[in-house]
Design a protein around this ligand. Structure first.
Ligand code: FAD
Ligand code: NAG
Ligand code: NAG
Ligand code: NAG
Ligand code: NAG
Ligand code: NAG
Ligand code: NAG
Ligand code: NAG
Length: 580
């Protein structure tokens, strides 16, 4: 419906604005040998490519399965982020035993920019102790918080919104001079401030930012949005555009990689389908770096013969190297949902999709100066808390022994109706995500054809402690957001509804509405599959970076970390390979 609401005229105007600053041209096929072929153009891959191509003698090719989406207003306009499905890998979980066999989606970005071209743009880093643990696990001191903090700074800068609103707790010194622009929301939803105040007093936590190393508290988060005209600032129109016209860099989009080729145990070529013409190509490379996200990366490795040997043999894939942990250790942030009716004062998505007056107003305001509801990022307010130890009595020590700065849950709300039956009403969707799950999922191949999606066992609430945690948090958040103080903004609970009170019925509501925050990590982890310099152990000339390389999942949304990991990996690779 939203697609139709963007008139041909406004599309043309947007095109005229953007075409004067058009994206660099990217297709110039050659069969040269490259120093590095980077597979996947998300935050990690594009940061790496930009850093490597600063060295003029280093020839880099980046292959991305998706298209260039940078002229599409669904991508550039923040509030249209939920209408970017044209650029998705439409992955879904395998039937999940904890969800009575439900198969929640696990969409991933498929365009230049990867997840950063389709995501909610929320920018956060979370608890610092996670990164110190990464350094310990991997033996790479560059992953410790102090060093990652510099990488977070070097990939971003902070810009005040041109119409700044009231006080927001953001520590400007936590940003540097990097390409991605970070700014605040231009104004608040009427629920935001009352919710923050209630959360602070009820949970006894401070109002903080999630960019300076803190894990626990509440925030109005900052977003990867350009303050001047409220458009998406993402990996392609920042790092990608910086590098794209360098003579030693080539970007090929619509280039779907099917396989990495080996001579013996040395990776030395990449084969892809140019899906614009339907022709296969093989390029030679001295080194291959896979940055294809946490689902695509293990899939490409396994298709190429690097993975659990028995699994590959069962699919008649010749084994190059038996690497049992490829595809294992899948972690994600899973949530369950509530639904509340929203008062007319609430600037929900419905106010510019279902309300004709509101829609006209929003379009006019955005056109004028990037203002109004279309310039806002959704789900900007969230709190992160630790649950009481008593929740886990008799269920082991995993959750209670996490370092003190780690939250167990994020409580957030979206103005997008996640469930189809509420799409014609003005509602908010409060959801609670378990951010340090005990359970681990896995990614395996369904077939040996690269065009078939892999099997994703997402492992929802898969240990007794994870299940106890979501049950507690569901009841806890429901009580908090249903408080009398908030009734004037969200007058009534629509889901699960007043008749749902027993633990059994609440568990059923959780099962019906569990979903993914789209933050998968860990499937080709540094310190197990990878050595401390991102190299796949047991073979030569092959590295993996970005979300799959994370050994443990972080406590906050994951985009910022993929930029910083790409940056850290670039420094490590340059130091090991290029500066001798
Ligand atoms: C819908 C959604 C909402 C999100 N919201 C937020 C948010 O608000 N805040 C936040 O911090 N994080 C968010 N995230 C997560 C964030 O976007 C990711 O953590 C981040 O993009 C991961 O970066 P990456 O570079 O590791 O991988 P990706 O961004 O996944 O990039 C991998 C790239 O590799 C390409 N690729 C994969 N397989 C192949 C192949 N065979 N051949 C060629 N190319 C291939 C993909 O098309 C993709 O472009 C969201 C993600 C999604 C999907
Ligand atoms: C928004 O501003 C940026 C930076 O000035 C510019 O590159 C981009 O083209 C603008 N986008 C639109 C849609 O106006
Ligand atoms: C690249 O190689 C293919 C087949 O190997 C060939 O058809 C094509 O002409 C080559 N392209 C260039 C630019 O050399
Ligand atoms: C802001 O960040 C700096 C590090 O960049 C830190 O030293 C300082 O304590 C932070 N201040 C607040 C108020 O969080
Ligand atoms: C290459 O991609 C095209 C277009 O998607 C498809 O029709 C074709 O079957 C693919 N070829 C191979 C060999 O995978
Ligand atoms: C529709 O939008 C207009 C303009 O923003 C607003 O005044 C009105 O209250 C909205 N209607 C409803 C039912 O929320
Ligand atoms: C993957 O995870 C599922 C669910 O936890 C489990 O049943 C299965 O054995 C795992 N598969 C592999 C290959 O590890
Ligand atoms: C609660 O009521 C709704 C609406 O009548 C119904 O669909 C649902 O099954 C009921 N749930 C329980 C647990 O009784």
């Amino acid at each position: 419906m939203l697609r139709d609401s963007i008139t041909a005229r406004s599309l043309l105007q947007l095109f005229l604005i953007t075409s004067s600053l058009a994206a660099p041209s990217t297709q110039c096929p050659s069969n040269d040998t490259f120093d590095y072929v980077v597979v996947g153009g998300g935050p990690a891959g594009l940061v790496l490519a930009e850093q490597l191509t600063r060295h003029p003698h280093v020839k880099v090719l980046l292959l991305e399965a998706g298209p260039d989406s940078s002229l599409d207003p669904h991508v550039t306009t923040p509030a249209y982020f939920f209408e970017t499905s044209a650029y998705f890998w439409n992955y879904a979980s395998a039937p999940d035993p904890a969800l009575n066999g439900r198969t929640p989606d696990l969409w991933q970005g498929r365009a230049l920019g990867g997840g950063s071209s389709v995501n909610g743009m929320g920018y956060c880093r979370g608890a610092s102790s996670v990164f110190d643990e990464w350094a310990e696990i991997s033996g790479n001191p560059g992953l410790a918080w102090n060093s990652m903090f510099e990488a977070f700074k070097d990939t971003t800068h902070f810009q005040n919104d041109v119409h700044p609103k009231d006080q927001v707790a953001v520590n400007h010194t936590s940003f540097g001079n990097g390409p991605v622009e970070i700014t605040t929301q231009r104004f608040q939803l009427s629920l935001d401030r009352p919710f923050i105040d209630l959360f602070k007093s009820t949970k006894n936590v401070p109002e903080i930012d999630f960019v300076s190393g803190y894990g626990i508290g509440i925030t109005e988060q900052v977003d990867a949005i350009r303050a001047s005209n409220r458009t998406r600032s993402y990996a392609w129109n920042t790092f990608g555009w910086l590098a794209a016209n360098r003579p030693n860099f080539e970007v090929r989009h619509d280039a779907w990689v099917s396989k990495i080729g080996f001579t013996g145990k040395k990776a030395d070529s990449v084969t892809y389908n140019d899906t614009l013409t339907g022709t296969m190509h093989t390029v030679k490379s001295k080194e291959v770096v896979v940055s294809a996200g946490a689902i695509g990366s293990p899939q490409i490795l396994m298709l190429s013969g690097v993975g659990p040997a028995a699994h590959l043999e069962a699919l008649n894939i010749p084994v190059v190297h038996d690497s049992p942990m490829v595809g294992q250790n899948l972690m994600d942030h899973h949530y369950a949902q509530l639904v509340f009716e929203a008062a007319p004062s609430m600037g929900t998505v419905w106010q510019f999709t279902g309300n004709t007056t509101g829609e006209q107003l929003a379009e006019a305001q955005y056109k004028a100066n990037g203002g109004g509801l279309l310039g806002l990022a959704d789900g900007n307010v969230f709190g992160a808390i630790r649950l009481p130890d008593s929740v886990f009595t008799g269920l082991g020590s995993y959750h209670t022994s996490l370092p003190a700065d780690r939250p167990h849950f994020i409580y957030e709300y979206s103005t997008v109706p996640f469930q189809t039956q509420y799409q014609s009403r003005s509602v908010i969707t409060p959801f609670m995500a378990l951010v340090q799950p005990e359970g681990r999922g896995n990614v395996t191949l369904a077939t040996s054809d690269y065009r078939d999606y892999p099997i994703i066992n997402a492992a929802y609430w898969s240990t007794p402690a994870d299940k106890a945690a979501i049950l507690y948090a569901y009841k806890d958040y429901r009580a908090l957001i249903g408080s009398p103080e908030l009734k004037q903004y969200i007058p009534s609970e629509l889901f699960p509804g007043a008749n749902v009170t027993s633990d059994e019925d609440i568990w059923s509501a959780i099962q019906q509405t569990s979903g993914s925050f789209h933050h998968p990590m860990g499937t080709v982890a540094i310190g197990s599959v990878l050595d401390e310099n991102w190299r796949v152990r047991g073979v030569e000339g092959l590295r993996v970076i970005g979300s799959p390389a994370a050994p443990k999942i972080i406590t906050c949304h994951t985009m910022a970390t993929s930029y910083a990991m790409g940056y850290r990996a670039a420094q490590d690779i340059i130091a090991a390979d290029l500066v001798k």
